[in-house]
Design a protein around this ligand. Structure first.
Ligand SMILES: CC(C)=CCC/C(C)=C/CC/C(C)=C/CC/C(C)=C/COP(=O)(O)OP(=O)(O)O
Ligand SMILES: O=P(O)(O)OC[C@@H](O)CO
Ligand SMILES: [Mg+2]
Length: 274
């Protein structure tokens, strides 16, 4: 096996290792997100479900979110079996000027067209498949696509009933009443070099991540905090920004509710710096 296919675009062909230093820089999308966080206080992300046979569903949902205050579009699911996704992402990228970022449930979901990928590691679990195996499989694909990766710790927090992520990953979530357990996982992730941490209640969760989990990670680390799962009201989003979260993700809500005003209310509750 040659390494040629996996090294992405080399910018300086005279230096054999130049591609590594290029790739390890904080990329364009992450820099733009960091700058937007600085400016607005926190960002509003909408998660789009890629598991759809409707060719225009992603485009419609993404455009509506973009027109009504979203800062970032995430695309991902616990399962993903949509071979038309690259075309759908390309169509979405033509239409909206927001970053479109892959949030993968596994390596098989790595396809071209995204601005970046959340390179997640399920640090709250003890399943080696989601700690290293998917990353090894996905990493070579990401590198060969020349795609930007944002190293992100993924922590699953108990939210009432079991969620798809818990079931699929075969891991136990961190107990909801043990925020210090999130904190110690976050510290370890930061020491491993991760720059973002996603505190996740799970898609469609009964209860969102308790604010204490966010506050403890905020106090103990400098990573950017993403949180999502079970957030259905602007007030719930605002409370998590006040606790230290910098990206709020909502997904399931918009599968039933197509309400531009509610999208705008979410954006206003999250953009605490205006
Ligand atoms: C870095 C790469 C290439 C892969 C990492 C893979 C890891 C660690 C995954 C963690 C476990 C997992 C299954 C995460 C899924 C995250 C996600 C996109 C959740 C949102 O999807 P849901 O809404 O729960 O899915 P459904 O709509 O299918 O229920
Ligand atoms: O679908 P919801 O419950 O909004 O959750 C969003 C996201 O955090 C799931 O990974
Ligand atoms: Mg879902």
């Amino acid at each position: 096996m040659t390494s040629g296919a996996f090294v992405g675009k080399r910018r300086n062909k005279n230096s054999p290792l130049s591609y590594i230093s290029d790739m390890l820089q904080i990329g364009k999308t992450e820099s733009a997100l960091n700058a937007a966080i600085e400016k607005r206080g926190a960002l509003f992300a909408v998660l789009l479900d890629p598991d759809t046979s409707d060719d225009t569903a992603l485009l419609k949902a993404g455009s509506m979110a973009a027109e009504n205050g979203a800062d970032l579009l995430l695309v991902g699911g616990s399962f993903m079996g949509n071979f038309k996704l690259p075309d759908q992402v390309a169509a979405l990228k033509k239409e909206v000027s927001l970053p479109v970022v892959l949030f993968p449930g596994g390596a098989s979901q790595v396809v071209p067209g995204f601005d970046a990928v959340l390179f997640i590691t399920l640090v709250s679990g003890r399943n080696p498949n989601y700690l290293i195996d998917e990353q090894v499989r996905g990493g070579v694909l990401i590198r060969s696509l020349g795609m930007e990766a944002i190293p992100t710790a993924y922590e699953l927090i108990n939210s009432g009933k079991p969620t798809a992520v818990e079931y699929i990953s075969n891991t136990s979530p961190i107990p909801a009443d043990k925020p210090k357990l999130s904190m110690v996982h976050s510290i370890a992730a930061e020491l491993m070099g991760m720059r973002y941490v996603y505190l996740e209640a799970g898609s469609g969760a009964e209860l969102p991540v308790p604010v204490e989990h966010i506050a403890y990670t905020r106090k103990a680390t400098q990573m950017k905090i993403i949180t999502g799962g079970g957030i259905r009201e602007p007030e719930t989003a605002h409370a998590r920004v006040a606790a230290g979260a910098q990206i709020i993700v909502t997904g399931t809500l918009w599968e039933k509710v197509k309400d531009p005003v509610l999208l705008q209310e979410f954006a206003a509750s999250i953009h605490v710096k205006g």
